[in-house]
Design a protein around this ligand. Structure first.
Ligand code: ATP
Ligand code: MG
Length: 140
């Protein structure tokens, strides 16, 4: 087990419903530490670049539209096995399939407006953290 960092995004459906604090509490209760955080509004170019791996998927246009529809909170989480731990506390992509007690089971509206993003591997975490934060922004 090693201390890792992962990128988390509180998505527009959640900021719209004023859920930032409750989601942060769920992350902290799971043992994750918020070591950088910024509220921002993604431009279309940023959302397209961030989700470039999904470019060919049928939901891509809708996803970009959703992710630019309101403020997001981008954050770096730190802890033991932070990537996997965050995925666990987030729950499955589709809230109907998310385990009870997970953030998506509690808060997500549907498979698209699913309240949070989390990096899916340590390699992608490093890339995604670099997308939003410089070293000086992260205080562990
Ligand atoms: P994320 O990458 O946001 O942490 P994830 O890894 O659980 O979520 P991905 O398969 O990477 O899911 O999909 C990225 C995002 O695209 C999802 O979180 C969701 O917002 C949206 N999405 C995924 N599948 C669908 C779908 N079938 N219909 C609509 N939107 C979808
Ligand atoms: Mg993903």
């Amino acid at each position: 087990m090693a201390t890792e960092r992962t990128l988390s995004i509180i998505k527009p459906d959640a900021t719209r419903r004023n859920l930032t604090g409750r989601i942060n509490a769920a992350l902290e209760d799971a043992g994750l530490r918020i070591v950088a955080q910024r509220r921002t509004r993604l431009t279309q170019a940023q959302a397209e670049a961030f989700y470039a791996v999904h470019r060919e998927r049928p939901f891509f246009r809708g996803l970009v539209e959703f992710m630019t529809s309101g403020p997001v909170v981008v954050q770096v989480l730190e802890g033991e096995s932070a990537v996997a731990k965050n995925r666990e506390v987030m729950g499955a992509t589709d809230p109907k399939k998310a385990a009870a007690g997970t953030i998506r089971a509690q808060f997500a509206e549907d498979i698209e407006a699913n309240s949070v993003h989390g990096s899916d591997s340590p390699e992608n975490a490093a890339i995604e953290i670099g997308f939003f934060f410089g070293q000086v922004d992260i205080v562990g």
